[in-house]
Design a protein around this ligand. Sequence first.
Ligand SMILES: *Cc1c(COP(=O)(O)O)cnc(C)c1O
Length: 495
Amino acid sequence: MIYQSTRNNDIRASSAQAILDGMAKDGGLYSPDSLDGLNFDWKAVLPLSTQAMAVKILAALLPSFSETEMDDLVRRAYAGKFETDELTPTVTVGDDTVLELFHGPTSAFKDVALSMLPVLMTAARGKCGVSDDILILTATSGDTGKAAMAGFRNVPGTRIMVFYPYGGVSPVQQAQMATQDGDNVCVCAVRGNFDDAQTGVKGIFAAVEQQGLLKGKGVCLSSANSINIGRLAPQVVYYFRAYGDLVRNSRIVLGDPVDFVVPTGNFGDILAGYFAKCLGLPVGKLVCASNANNILTDFFATGVYDRNRPFFKTVSPSMDILVSSNLERLLFLLSHDTDLVARLMASLAKTGTYQVPPFLKKRLDDLFFAACCDDEGTKRAIGAVWQKYGYLMDTHTAVAYDAAQQYKAACPSHAPVVILSTASPYKFPTAVLEALGEDPSADEFAAMDRLEKSTGVPLPKNLQGLREQPVRHRDVIEPKDMLSYVLEKAVQKEW
Ligand SMILES: *Cc1c(COP(=O)(O)O)cnc(C)c1O
């Protein structure tokens, strides 16, 4: 298997090179050229530990790395970092199964992939004969930045710079980032919104590439966003983990289908579910759950992707997104038509909209179901599930829970349902408290304490004492100064 651009069959790369580059040079995303003839022995991995599963699955998806190499990388990525040895346990909630992805070092599901990406990237650097330091640039609306820093912290040969919107992230997220330790991390607030930070980072990549601004300086740039295939591949593993758990608990018989409901933003998490299906796992429907920013719900209903619409700030902020980048990979894998994908993406860039042809719409209908849930519904779901089952969900998980109930009502012949839970409720304590019918305190840290007192659900270790930790990063800059900031920092020996 080789990787190629979603927009051009002639732009090809090994999996190691694709991880190093992050994105293809033509603006497309690197995708496996085909996932069809992989012949992956999916049954054989089900009894394995999560880590041993990861070795087999990652070696299949990233063939630059042998199983022996992957074994070493997986061990280094996860040893001692997660709250449980299984990494991603499942729990039963009513008729459904919840797959808890938030037991990593920053209590968000992005830890699963961002623990793995740094070791993949340094190994890829060796394979590709690159001796430069890798400088990771990331714009974040909250969760990615912290999880990426926790992953890259003190990893030799790498440095990481995170830009976030000044005043635009939650107080918990802000504290998580500003207190980050490590010799190779840098966090900077940008006076603007997330789009300003993201546009700034994209502009830096383009300027550095076109003008050779870092040539001979011993540094090359890469990305930790989910456009990097090294972030997508590790997410395939937990679909197998959940399926294996259902077999072990006799909720299904080996070979039965399972439906997965995924709270979706950039379409990375749910695309990993499609990869799992391509590897042979009996994935039934993939249910795409959105909040009030329901561009994907409309897309699956009509075949028209249209970003010309208002943007809502919701209580599930990690899903507040209008351009779901990874959808491009799905369009490529379902059509194998790079001209078509290039045309659709050009249309999106120019007019903010595109329509998929009927054959593609049909394939999407077969694979996916989509539903959305606004803030009211999100809070109602949190309250109802707590009342009924004593299970506490975060806001993103609650969107998926609500979508799951919509799906089951619409498709009575559904398979057993697994709901992906992407964050600890303590990352969004004010909204969760309010959902439980309590007066939300003005201060998020006080809300955290109150939530723990009133539910008895333990506060994750990494969030305990966050308030008392020393602030290490205070820089605030204008968007127009981001490039000079990066160029200056890139050549400093020590941060
Ligand atoms: C990033 C994120 C999502 C969305 O995942 P995608 O892969 O971008 O679709 C959902 N929930 C939480 C808590 C997240 O941090």
